[in-house]
Design a protein around this ligand. Structure first.
Ligand SMILES: CC(C)(COP(=O)(O)OP(=O)(O)OC[C@H]1O[C@@H](n2cnc3c(N)ncnc32)[C@H](O)[C@@H]1OP(=O)(O)O)[C@@H](O)C(=O)NCCC(=O)NCCS
Length: 326
C-alpha cells in the first residue's frame, strides 16, 4: 500500500501592522516617492500588506502559524518529527530558522529541522521534500512552514518593487497516511535567470558586501512566470493521471492577480476555483501559498477530499507545482 503525506492541519499569521495602498503611498510620499492605490490595484491586485515590527523575525511569524496548524491537526508539538521552513529572510545566516522555530515550539525530541531556500517557490519545494521523506519512512509527522519578513529587504526608494511585498507566515502539518494526500509534485529551476529577481548582497568579513535590497526586472519576471506555471501544473496532473477538469482549487503563489488569471485561463479554470488572498497581504514570498491555503480551509472553501493544485514561481528562477487531495 502506498504511503501518502496528507495535510491534517493548516495555520497562518499576519503581523498586526496593516498598510493599505493609501497608507503606503502616504509614507512613500514623505520621501518623495509617488505611487497610488489605483496604480497598484490595476497592475497587481494588491490592496494591503502587513509589515512585522522591527524586533519580530521570520521564526516569530512561523511560531504563530505553526501553533495554529498544530492545534488544527489535533497533535502536540512533541509529535512532530521533521521541521522544514521555506524562507529567504531567515533570522540569521545560520543556524536555520527551522532550528530556531523548533526551540521556540519547545520541541525537545531532536527531530531534524532545516530551511529550504527557493524564494517564492520555497513552499512547494519544502512540501515536496517533506512528502519524499514521509514516503520513504524517514518522517511521520512533518511541520512545513513558509515564513518571511520581506519588508527587511525592500528598497523603499524603488516604487516598482516596494509596493509589491509583505510579511507573513503559513504552516501545514503533513502526516503519513494510507489515505491519499500529496499525489504528485513537479519542481524546476533555471539559474541562468539569477539577475531578474535577486538580493545580490552577502555577508563577508564582518560587512555586508553588495546591495542587500531586492532587485527585480518586473516585466522579465512576469513573462517567465506566465510561461512556466501552467506547464508545471500540467506535468503534475499528468504524473497523477488527472486533468485540468479534476482540479477543485488552484492555490497559486500570491504575487500578482494578473499572473494568477493567466495561469487559470491556460488551465481552463474559472477564477471561482482560484483562492485569492494577494489583495490582503501582497506577495509574501514563501509564505503566500500556505497563507492562501489556510484561508481557503478556514473560510470553508477548501474541503476534505477535494483536489488542490499548489503552484509557485520565484527567484532563481524556480518554479513548481504540488497536486494533492485534502
Ligand atoms: C512590477 C509590475 C507590476 C510592473 O508593471 P508594468 O506594467 O510592467 O509596469 P512598468 O514597469 O512597465 O512601469 C510602467 C510605468 O509605471 C511606473 N511605475 C512603476 N511602479 C510604480 C508605482 N508603484 N506607482 C506608480 N507608478 C509606477 C513606471 O515608472 C512606468 O512609468 P513610465 O511609463 O512613465 O516609465 C509587473 O511587471 C509585474 O507584476 N511583474 C511581476 C512581478 C512579480 O510578480 N514578482 C514576483 C514574482 S515571485
Amino acid at each position: 500500500m502506498r504511503r501518502y503525506a496528507r495535510i491534517t492541519g493548516t495555520g497562518s499569521y499576519l503581523p498586526p501592522r496593516r498598510l493599505t495602498n493609501n497608507d503606503l503611498a502616504a509614507e512613500l510620499a514623505q520621501h518623495g516617492i509617488e505611487t497610488s492605490d489605483e496604480w497598484i490595484v490595476e497592475r497587481t491586485g494588491i490592496r494591503a500588506r502587513h509589515f512585522a515590527a522591527p524586533d519580530v523575525s521570520s521564526s516569530d511569524l512561523a511560531l504563530e502559524a505553526s501553533q495554529k496548524a498544530i492545534e488544527a491537526a489535533g497533535i502536540g508539538a512533541q509529535d512532530i518529527d521533521l521541521i522544514i521552513v521555506a524562507t529567504s529572510t531567515p533570522d540569521m545566516v545560520f543556524p536555520s530558522t527551522a532550528a530556531i522555530l523548533q526551540h521556540k515550539l519547545g520541541i525537545t525530541n531532536g527531530c531534524p529541522a532545516f530551511d529550504v531556500q527557493a524564494v517564492c517557490s520555497g513552499f512547494v519545494y519544502a512540501m515536496t521534500v517533506a512528502d519524499s521523506m514521509i514516503q520513504t519512512g524517514a518522517a511521520k509527522r512533518a511541520l512545513v512552514v513558509g515564513s518571511e519578513v520581506f519588508s527587511r529587504i525592500l528598497d523603499f526608494n524603488d516604487r516598482t518593487t516596494c509596493v509589491l511585498f509583505g510579511d507573513g507566515a503559513g504552516a501545514v502539518i503533513l502526516e503519513a497516511s494510507e489515505e491519499p494526500g500529496i499525489l504528485s509534485a513537479e519542481l524546476h529551476a533555471d539559474g541562468s535567470h539569477v539577475g531578474i529577481l535577486c538580493v545580490p548582497g552577502n555577508v563577508s568579513g564582518g560587512k555586508v558586501l553588495g546591495d542587500p535590497l531586492l532587485k527585480m526586472d518586473g516585466q522579465a519576471v512576469f513573462k517567465l512566470a506566465v510561461s512556466v506555471l501552467d506547464k508545471a501544473a500540467r506535468a503534475a496532473l499528468e504524473k497523477a493521471g488527472l486533468t485540468d477538469a479534476d482540479i477543485d482549487w488552484l492555490i497559486p503563489h500570491q504575487a500578482n492577480i494578473r499572473i494568477m488569471q493567466s495561469t487559470a485561463r491556460k488551465l481552463k479554470l474559472s477564477m471561482d476555483k482560484v483562492v485569492v488572498t494577494v489583495d490582503q497581504h501582497g506577495n509574501t514570498s514563501a509564505a503566500s501559498i500556505p497563507l492562501a491555503l489556510d484561508h481557503g480551509v478556514r473560510s470553508g472553501q477548501v474541503q476534505k477530499g477535494q483536489t488542490v493544485l499548489l503552484e509557485g514561481v520565484g527567484g532563481g528562477f524556480t518554479w513548481g507545482a504540488v497536486l494533492l487531495k485534502m
